[in-house]
Design a protein around this ligand. Sequence first.
Ligand SMILES: *[C@@H]1O[C@H](CO)[C@@H](O)[C@H](O)[C@H]1NC(C)=O
Ligand SMILES: *[C@@H]1O[C@H](CO)[C@@H](O)[C@H](O)[C@H]1NC(C)=O
Ligand SMILES: *[C@@H]1O[C@H](CO)[C@@H](O)[C@H](O)[C@H]1NC(C)=O
Length: 344
Amino acid sequence: MSKLRVSIVLLFALLITLFFFSPQIQPQSYFLFSNPDPDAEDLALFHRATRTTPHLFTLKNPKPKIAFLFLTNTNFTFAPLWEIFFTGNNHLFNIYIHADPVSSVLSPGGVFHQNHFIPSKTTQRASPTLIAAARRLLATALLDDPHNQYFALVSQHCIPLFSFRFVYNSLFEYRVESLNKYKIQHPSFIEFDSKHPNLYQRYNARGKDVMMPEVSFKDFRKGSQFFILNRKHAKVVLRDQKLWKKFRIPCIDTYSCYPEEHYFPTLLSMEERDGCTGFTLTRVNWTGCTDGHPHLYTREEVSPELVRQLRKSNSSYPYLFARKFSPETLAPLMDIAYDVIFRD
Ligand SMILES: *[C@@H]1O[C@H](CO)[C@@H](O)[C@H](O)[C@H]1NC(C)=O
Ligand SMILES: *[C@@H]1O[C@H](CO)[C@@H](O)[C@H](O)[C@H]1NC(C)=O
Ligand SMILES: *[C@@H]1O[C@H](CO)[C@@H](O)[C@H](O)[C@H]1NC(C)=O
């Protein structure tokens, strides 16, 4: 009996305590349990990034930097090649790595310090997770260093086709002479393709006209996932919520689902057409590929001639990077690194 009485007293005490303290407890528990938006964290990060120092190109000291944004879900096979690329240019670049936390990616050391790994979330093909990862990289780089003026997205399968100096000068200096070609001095390099044979299926991958009214078919673009954006355009991407709301919708037609190849080109061609060149600087070979994976270069194919071929483009800029290379190509690429790839 006395046990029961004690229990009742304790219960009352608990209720009274809850009654008095609930106002303080509630807001926090509301935040913890009633906030299912997986974007909340990203939104706060992106918001902070859009308020950083603006686009200020000066070629004087301190010199502008290129932020290299590595998107990966496997180890860095080509780290030794990138190591040569970056060496000696420490004050002109920063590296940021978004590594899928599910696949334990190792830091290769050297220029790829552990502290270049940014807080990351899992990424999957045919889902908007690759868009989110690229935006996280852009935001982190914007916040980290006001001298980051160009943001180059690459993957672990990409290789450089020129020396760092050549890449840097192409982006920051050469263009001054062809100013009249583009309406702004330092354009973004992002591909705008409106003639892709499967564009209509891809537009309707989430269901017919689901993209309306925000994105009409005539505004829908395809482009390489790999781009180089200037600081202004990086912020345009982070400010966007309207298109993201559409592109984050899961696809019904998973064969036509490549959100990361459409979100950035569509957004920037709608909002900043004149500030972008409309082409990418990362070469890829789609010849004879039908399964959504581009040609994967093998050991036998690597030669000085291949590097020269891959650099050639139809634009006034050569290609600066290329993909995709199988891990076995590292050794033959290292063999021609000094004499071919990094000799300008
Ligand atoms: C990276 O390499 C380490 C050590 O060789 C291995 O344990 C890990 O599974 C690798 N991760 C991936 C994603 O391949
Ligand atoms: C592109 O890939 C095809 C095979 O799919 C190959 O025959 C061709 O040589 C490659 N082109 C270049 C420029 O590497
Ligand atoms: C250049 O354009 C031609 C004709 O459109 C095309 O066949 C070729 O693949 C293009 N080359 C490159 C390197 O993009």
